[in-house]
Design a protein around this ligand. Structure first.
Ligand SMILES: Nc1ncnc2c1ncn2[C@@H]1O[C@H](COP(=O)(O)OP(=O)(O)O)[C@@H](O)[C@H]1O
Ligand SMILES: [Mg+2]
Length: 374
């Protein structure tokens, strides 16, 4: 065996956990301003007063979730007076599921699985907060998943007004949106907006040089020296900027490292990155499709089959087919295409010179989408 080949028990990874999706980096740069605003907002809670509410907004992969995790870790290290609960609304997307999460954090176990209503869990949560004299800080992460059936207002209203029914109960919320087009004036009902009064915290996309620095830190922590050359790092930075999400880069590094390792090479090649990109794109597509409801999948299917010819199409043309084939009305259809645009399955753009006509472009190869839709 030449010295450029790995021995069977050798690895390129100094620490493989560095590339896992729930890894919390020690070095978390470029979000100082956001973190300091968020921590200012919760300051009153440290003195037993009601915290102020925040609304975070920014595209995927801009460090929103990580910021909250860091903030919550810091709070919990420093005080026992605040209970922090982070809810991933992609998973827990009903008011009951959200309150059950809070209950579990406070009581240490799940509420009774059957026959418990939202109101019962809510009352139990408020009583626990009163009894323990705790302030609750609840983060609704990826709250775009609560926009259906008005769930966002249904959960916020009782929580923000808890003190009216339960004296001295203090609740602060941090709501996170990855959706850049959400109109907050429309999302929050007046009865909620009037008590929410959030401070907005914007998470801007990272620049290419910021992405480079973040990925360089990951590489240094996760791989042994020499595994990722300067040229390869630049390639990964380019792909990340194109994908618009830091996760793309982190995932590429991990997969390419595994490919090189499988071939017993000591460094990652350009070809590893290209192969990793194909796989990671497909996995990304699968996970996006999995998060869709049936009617959303159906609309995506129509868009994919109309894209097979290669040219673009207008939102109106697609709706005509969707209506014919599935009987989906315009309002729901429009909600669906906006969601598909938000999660970057499609691009919804105004067509130049055509007034308010919207052009739909699929962001993935149509054959791949149709294959995954089955
Ligand atoms: N400033 C940063 N420094 C280091 N890693 C970061 C930074 N911002 C984001 N990341 C990493 O990028 C990935 C996506 O970040 P995340 O906080 O989940 O983004 P969001 O919630 O905005 O989609 C995570 O793996 C996270 O560790
Ligand atoms: Mg997130």
């Amino acid at each position: 065996m030449t010295k450029n080949l790995l021995m069977w028990d050798e690895t390129l990874f100094r620490d493989p956990l560095v590339f896992e999706i729930d890894f919390i980096p020690d070095e978390f740069r470029f979000r100082e301003e956001q973190l300091s605003t968020l921590s200012f907002q919760i300051q009153p809670a440290l003195r037993g007063a009601r915290p102020m509410n925040s609304l975070c907004r920014g595209p995927p992969g801009t460090g929103k979730t990580t910021s909250i995790r860091k903030l919550f870790d810091e709070i919990e290290e420093n005080t026992k007076k605040i209970a922090c609960v982070h809810v991933n609304c992609k998973i827990d997307n009903t008011r009951y599921a959200i309150l059950a999460k809070v209950y579990k954090r406070l009581a240490g176990h799940q509420p009774q699985p059957t026959g418990t209503s939202f109101k019962q869990v809510y009352d139990a949560v408020c009583r626990l907060l009163q009894k323990e004299d705790l302030t609750l800080i609840l983060c609704l992460d990826d709250a775009n998943y609560l926009l259906y059936e008005n769930e966002i207002n249904n959960v916020l209203y009782p929580l923000l007004r808890a003190h009216e029914e339960y004296e001295s109960v203090r609740v602060g919320v941090i709501v996170i949106f990855s959706d850049m087009d959400v109109d907050f004036q429309k999302v929050f009902e007046i009865r909620v907006a009037s008590v929410l009064r959030p401070t907005e915290v914007f998470f801007s996309p990272y620049s290419a040089s910021e992405v480079e620095e973040i990925l360089r830190m990951r590489v240094g922590q996760g791989f042994y020296p020499g595994v990722i050359s300067e040229e390869i790092l630049q390639l990964v930075v380019d792909q990340t900027m194109r994908g618009g999400d830091l996760r793309v880069g982190i995932d590429l590094l991990k997969r390419a490292g595994l490919l090189a390792e499988r071939d017993a090479r000591r460094s990652v090649s350009r070809d590893d990155i290209c192969r990793a990109y194909e796989v990671s794109e497909r996995f990304h597509l699968i996970s996006l499709i999995r998060s869709l409801r049936d009617d959303e999948k159906a609309v995506l299917g129509v868009i994919a089959s109309m894209s097979e010819g290669g040219s673009g199409m207008s939102a109106g043309e697609v709706h005509t087919r969707v209506k014919e084939e599935m009987g989906i009305g315009y309002t729901r259809y429009y909600e669906i295409v906006q969601k598909l645009d938000t999660i970057r399955l499609i691009n919804l753009d105004y067509r130049a010179g055509r007034g308010r006509t919207r052009e739909i472009g699929l962001r993935f190869a149509p054959e791949m989408v149709l294959a995954e839709l089955g």
